[in-house]
Design a binder for this molecule. Structure first.
Ligand code: NAP
Length: 236
């Protein structure tokens, strides 16, 4: 992969699963000048050992940040989903990413402007190298695909939260286009993580490699869209 990703990159949920693998691979595909901010709920906890090890090996390139929101019970079926469960999942999957992007907006704007100055103030195209928000979504948030896959994952809270995250991505894309900040939702595939389970067909390494390749090629036409880890468009 060519060096199309770089700058200051913030990743959430980095103590395990896809977040941890993203940090691992980002260290490899970005340069020594680039910096990864790795967010995690309990950086000192036993579940963050691998992340601490990675950060210790790359002290000048990784900063671990304590960041968390609420409990998550997204996979519960109808019978086990109440109002609190719905709200908790919405908090984690929608409100969290919303607040994060809102608070980081000044930095995202500055990054986009700096790239514009480098190109003589010409504006230029959007890209992850310039300034971007990538929301990790899910095929299960696709309303059109629901009849095909509801029976294998009858998760009300998770599905509705990811559909809302997709709408939020679309809003961000419209809102921030004038600032040249790209916003795209990416489905990582069904992946062997604690969430995806052992029977999932994809390893986190392959999923992240695919997602980083997709991210490195994103441009204006992709902002506001929902793509999978191979770059295929997912219907709303
Ligand atoms: N795996 C799949 O097949 C699959 C498919 C489609 C979409 N996705 C999406 O991909 C993303 C990553 O999933 P994954 O498979 O890597 O899951 P995972 O292995 O279960 O890891 C989840 C990560 O999110 C963190 N997290 C959970 N609740 C949090 C909260 N309230 N505040 C802050 N951090 C929290 C966890 O931290 P703790 O260790 O502290 O709990 C952990 O780092 C998710 O958005 C998921 O919806 C996954």
């Amino acid at each position: 992969m060519s060096r199309k990703l770089g700058g200051n990159i913030l990743v959430t949920g980095t103590n395990r699963g896809l977040g941890l693998e993203l940090v691992r691979q980002l260290i490899q595909v970005t340069s020594n000048k680039d910096h990864i901010y790795a967010c995690c709920r309990e950086p000192e906890g036993s579940g963050a050992e691998a992340l601490r090890e990675l950060a210790n090996e790359n002290p000048k390139r990784i900063t671990v940040i304590k960041l968390g929101i609420n409990k998550l019970h997204g996979s519960a079926p109808l019978s086990a989903t109440g109002g609190c469960g719905m709200m908790e999942v919405y908090q984690v999957n929608v409100v969290g990413p919303f607040l994060l992007a809102k608070h980081l907006l000044p930095h995202l704007k500055r990054a986009a402007e700096q790239m514009s100055l480098k190109h003589g103030g010409q504006g230029g195209h959007m890209s992850c190298r310039r300034s971007a928000i990538i929301n990790i979504s899910s095929l299960l948030g696709s309303i059109e695909k629901c009849p095909e896959n509801f029976h294998i994952a009858p998760m009300y809270a998770y599905r509705t939260s990811k559909a809302a995250l997709n709408m939020m991505t679309r809003c961000q894309a419209e809102d921030f286009r004038e600032h040249h900040i790209l916003a795209t939702a990416i489905h990582p595939g069904w992946v062997q993580t604690d969430m995806g389970g052992k029977e999932a067909p994809l390893t986190s390494q392959d999923s992240v490699q695919g997602m980083l390749s997709v991210m490195s090629s994103l441009s204006d036409k992709d902002s506001g869209n929902h793509l999978d880890w191979q770059g295929n468009s997912i219907p709303w």
